[in-house]
Write a protein that binds this ligand. Structure first.
Ligand code: UD1
Length: 418
């Protein structure tokens, strides 16, 4: 099994390119299921979750090609002879549920293993199922599989009980080929939903209100092929910003979109970082004493749960006491135990962590428990005194493209070993 070795204590300096967004690329790949013409997608990050999704689509009958003359990859779902997502392929990735809506819309049937993914909570898919049933699908769950059939999905009004990102995306993709108009209320407002809607619109879908909590979709009889480039990864961007705020130094992140990171940038400024932004880059300088920052996660545009673990690491060495409350997932504080192995002073009560800043962390042998927890341990390792070894970094490869190369380019002492 691979591990990361980090020798802490070096400030970050330099500039890097931000990759395409994992959480936008995954639903956009699934959008290829909605047409028998080709979808050419650029700015796809090289990640394990993307490989898993491509393998999943491929075994359904989608051809996946890349050609050095054409940027990105081309997906073509001319025929879908196997609308099934088997357990072995989806157990590591919850986003595999995103094939359900498109398959029902296009071929009227799907057999999908209940998804896995990070062990950060129960993460049921009841809202996806409830919405598709409201659109006329017959759905049963047995032997760990969701079995769904429908003659033709019907547009309707759906009010989500809770705000769900992939739930909103799944129903949006189902609705683009449904008969009539679908209205999604209490929809998630994440930028990745706008990116998916933009791609669907280029494919001929009629969608209004993506990015607000009411999305209206007028079903079309078919969609056509298109070219699309995935938005930059706001969580990868935020992770590097936190890393530099923790270590001190000066970095510039290119090919990103600062306007998607309002809540995160505000918190980093509160922590003492100086941040300048332009249309597609962010420049961060940290040369003052790091201040602790309290936060509460909530759906976009509030503070993202996917940045909570990284800020936990930051607060370990902040000046003062911070309170972090996780409101999205019920089991997303697993990194606390590992940070404590590095001497962090953190107390957990329910879904709240109280972090008392200490002058420095100590390097230690720690274990990554989920994707963003891995990033938090890297940040802790970068600021710790001495050497940190991180085990189980396969979580990291699901969602960060070349993270150790990018950190090395910024001057960090980090290496992957077998
Ligand atoms: C997406 C992101 C993930 C991010 C999360 C919250 C992708 C591929 N992943 O995950 O990185 O952490 O949004 O911003 O985009 N829930 C239900 N029933 C449902 C669906 C969700 O109870 O049918 C609950 C979940 O258990 C969770 C909350 O709703 O507590 C939010 O989950 P959701 O927004 O669906 O997360 P994902 O879309 O899986």
């Amino acid at each position: 099994m691979q591990k990361l070795l980090i020798q802490g204590g070096k400030p970050l300096h330099g500039e890097i390119l931000i990759s395409g967004a994992k959480n936008a690329a995954l639903p956009i790949l699934c959008a290829a299921l909605l047409t028998d013409e080709s979808l050419q997608i650029g700015n796809i990050p090289a990640l394990r979750d993307i490989e898993t999704m491509l393998a999943l689509l491929n075994q359904m009958g989608v051809s996946v090609t890349s050609d050095h003359n054409v940027p990105g990859i081309t997906l073509s779902a001319k025929q879908l002879n196997n609308p099934t997502a088997p357990y072995e392929m989806v157990k590591t990735m919850r986003a595999s549920i995103l094939v359900l809506g498109p398959l029902l819309a296009r071929v009227g049937q799907a057999r999908i293993s209940l998804p896995g993914g990070c062990a950060i909570g129960l993460r049921p898919v009841d809202q996806h199922i409830k919405g598709l049933q409201a659109m006329g699908a017959e759905i049963s769950i047995n032997h760990g599989y969701i079995n769904a059939t429908v003659k033709k999905l019907q547009g309707t009004r759906i009010v989500f009980d809770i705000v769900t990102v992939t739930g909103t995306e799944n129903l949006m993709m189902a609705a683009v080929l449904a008969e009539g108009t679908t209205i999604l209320e209490n929809a998630a407002r994440e930028p990745e939903i706008i990116d998916l809607a933009n791609c669907l619109a280029i494919m001929g879908a009629k969608i209004q209100g993506a990015g607000t909590d009411v999305i209206t979709i007028e079903g079309q009889s078919s969609l056509h092929g298109a070219k699309y480039s995935v938005m930059p990864d706001r969580i990868e961007t935020g992770t590097f910003l936190v890393a530099c705020t923790a270590t001190g130094g000066e970095i510039r992140l290119n090919n990103t979109n600062p306007h998607l990171l309002g809540a995160v940038i505000d918190k980093l400024a509160e922590a003492g970082a100086q941040i300048n932004v332009s249309q597609n880059h962010i420049h961060l300088t940290m040369n003052s004493r790091l201040q602790s920052v309290s936060l509460r996660t909530a759906p976009y545009p509030a503070f993202p749960t996917d940045m909570q673990a990284q800020f936990m690491a930051l607060n370990c060495i902040g000046n003062g006491t911070a309170i972090i409350t996780e409101t999205i997932f019920e089991n997303r504080l697993m990194h606390v135990q590992e940070l404590k192995r590095m001497n962090a002073d953190i107390e957990v009560e329910g879904n709240t962590a109280i972090i008392r800043g200490i002058p420095h962390l100590d390097g230690a042998h720690v274990m990554a428990t989920d994707l963003r927890a891995s990033a938090s341990l890297i940040i802790a390792g970068l600021v710790a005194h001495g050497r940190t070894t991180i085990d189980r970094i396969y979580h990291l490869d699901r969602g960060y493209e070349n993270i150790e190369q990018k950190l090395s380019m910024l001057g960090a002492n980090i290496q992957r070993i077998n």
